[in-house]
Design a protein around this ligand. Sequence first.
Ligand code: TXD
Length: 318
Amino acid sequence: MTKKISLIGAGQIGGTLAHLIAIKELGDIVLFDVAEGIAKGKALDIAQSSSVEGFKVSISGTSDYEDTKNSDVIIITAGVPRKPGMTRDDLLSINLKIIKQVADGIKKTSPNAFVICITNPLDVIVMALQKYSSLPKNKVVGMAGILDSSRFKYFLSEELNVHVKKIKSFVLGGHGDTMVPMLELTTIDGKPLKELIQSGRFKKETLNNIIERTRKGGSEIVKYLEKGSAYYAPASSGVEMAESYLKNEGKILPCAAYLNGEYGEKDIYAGVPVKIGNKGIEKVVEVKLSENEKKEFSHSVQSVRELFEAAKKIDPSL
Ligand code: TXD
């Protein structure tokens, strides 16, 4: 049975998601946007690439939630992106209103979907989405950690001239300036990162610069683009999550998931390693953190809690 994937938001990331999903033939695609023309135009354009790419999936555009009903996967990018000088948190009030509309649109039409939220400020928006929609917490997840980890691994790969697939690492915590690269877990071609530091092959200062560049990874691209923010790597990251669910791959991926005591945190969404299979978030994987990593993770989660308090001031129903 062909799967159905609805993309709520047909902008830069939404359109890229649609093209990647079509080429991978993960399922039939419905592009949804309040700007119906964008959804319909991009759907038709991508469909017209089928004879070149060789894929056979249906792809349509709409502004009616009825057309998205009974989706297996929903990926949400509806919202506004940053402009130069803006922080992810600056998007809170406008994107909170949008995510409430989206939650109302999907909760009745696709109650069994695996919902991947990408809209910023990610950790708070995905938590608001789950509360507004009342969908099961293990079926509502945020995409950020895969992107942040991918940026971190790419920068390490460039600096150390090691193929990026030979670098293993996780960036956890909130999707913001307090995100935490898990240095104890990071390996370069099988060797622990700390060994490279101790042997002098890799300078601590260079590592710190890479950590900072990862934290500011989004702003660096926003500065170049001037209008809009990153979309290729975010789209690839969202597709990896959807694919792990649709194909029951059981991948362990860093995602913004609901914590109910794991890592000592309760009733909050934050970036942690999770197993994604056909039941959704099948478990939160508790990796061993150093004392410093525990402190940084807890600080990062605290910043998410503070932003969620700001969200509750905007909408006390949260
Ligand atoms: O790692 C991450 N999670 C981040 C997320 C990485 C990069 C970008 N991040 C955020 O994703 C970004 O800050 C934005 O909040 C979202 C979407 O970024 P994108 O670059 O795709 O924004 P666009 O191109 O402006 O597309 C947003 C679309 C646009 O076509 C609007 O018409 C539509 O959202 N939109 C809506 N669709 C449905 N319903 C409503 N209410 C709505 N409002 C706007």
